[in-house]
Design a protein around this ligand. Structure first.
Ligand code: PAF
Length: 306
């Protein structure tokens, strides 16, 4: 596995790689990450390997997607352990750029990125309602990373994103479609602990007891799924009940929302393919709060509605 820090070195290595391989079959698989890798990320790398002959993973904690009040400086950075996991997963290249490499006008305190991807209005609801400009920051860095990794490659390549960040996945797919990028986006299922808790780098902020109860978010979403499958069609009431049960257990709820999975628009009883999404904050090790997200995709087809 090669560890690469600069865009020019990455281009050199990828250009050589294309020359060595059969150009027509040399497909690049790309997995963008912010590091602190867990089994969920490694699953995405395995998925990329199934679809591509050459896998690039990036590790870059992107300042542009954090608001000033969020956990940018505290965000876990575990490079050596990440390299070890990627070697074991047989990753070909890990790209670990500096902030200046990604944001050439960075002056030590300001990124000075004056041009941004302007994502569709769906970026302003759910997580985007409390994380202002978050998805513009995500889309902008992903566009930059796509340009760096897929430089000089004409054939469709693949990039893998996890379904845990369902809204992010939706916006990236939309960006690829609207900007005609020659990239197939592959969606990886959410990897969970045995109790249902979705794996996330932010779970590391929790002690064992908090971690054991952090699956309450998933349970609240599951209860909505069960109720809809049982025929309940008052979605607002279900969202409110799930939200109340979390609040009673000490969570601060950002949103619980039942949406149509193909459009992410608010679901009606006529929609069959649904996703229920939630974001809520739980007390963490430091006595502060850690924001966790989760979602469940399901089909409400042929259900009897009350
Ligand atoms: O999902 C993440 O880890 C990040 O949002 C991503 C896609 C790597 C962009 O910084």
């Amino acid at each position: 596995m090669q560890i690469i820090h600069t865009a020019s070195e990455l281009r050199k290595v990828l250009t050589n790689q294309a020359k060595i391989g059969q150009k027509s079959s040399q497909k690049i698989g790309f997995v963008p990450t912010m590091g602190n890798l867990h089994a969920g990320h490694i699953y995405l790398v395995d998925l990329a390997k199934q679809h591509a002959s050459f896998v690039v993973v990036s590790i870059f904690v992107n300042p542009l997607q954090f608001s000033p009040t969020e956990d940018l400086s505290a965000y876990p950075r575990t490079l050596e352990a990440d390299y070890e996991k990627l070697r074991t997963a047989d990753c070909d290249i890990v790209f670990v750029p500096s902030v200046t490499e990604v944001y050439p006008d960075f002056d030590g305190s300001n990124l000075n990125q004056s041009m941004m991807i302007d994502p569709p209005p769906i970026a302003n609801v759910l997580c985007g309602a409390t994380r202002l400009k978050h998805f513009a920051g995500v889309a902008t860095v992903v566009m930059k990373l796509f340009n760096l990794v897929f430089y000089n490659t004409a054939q469709p390549n693949i990039a893998v994103f996890g379904k845990k960040d369902f809204q992010q996945l939706f916006i990236i797919k939309e960006m690829v479609r609207q900007f005609n990028l020659p990239i197939n986006i592959i969606a990886g299922e959410t990897v969970r602990e045995a109790n249902g808790l979705a794996l996330s780098s932010r779970n590391g902020y929790l002690n064992d007891i908090q971690r054991a109860s952090a699956n309450q978010l998933n349970k609240a979403l599951q209860s909505i799924v069960v109720n809809i499958k049982a025929g309940h069609s008052n979605f607002e009431q279900l969202e409110q009940a799930a939200s109340n049960s979390l609040i009673q257990q000490g969570w601060e709820v950002d949103y619980i929302s039942i949406r149509a999975s193909a459009t992410l628009q608010t679901a009606t009883a006529l929609d069959n393919d649904l996703v229920v999404l939630g974001a809520a904050k739980i007390i963490n090790k430091t006595g502060g709060k850690t924001r966790l997200i989760d979602n469940i995709e399901f089909c409400a087809k042929s259900l009897k509605r009350l």
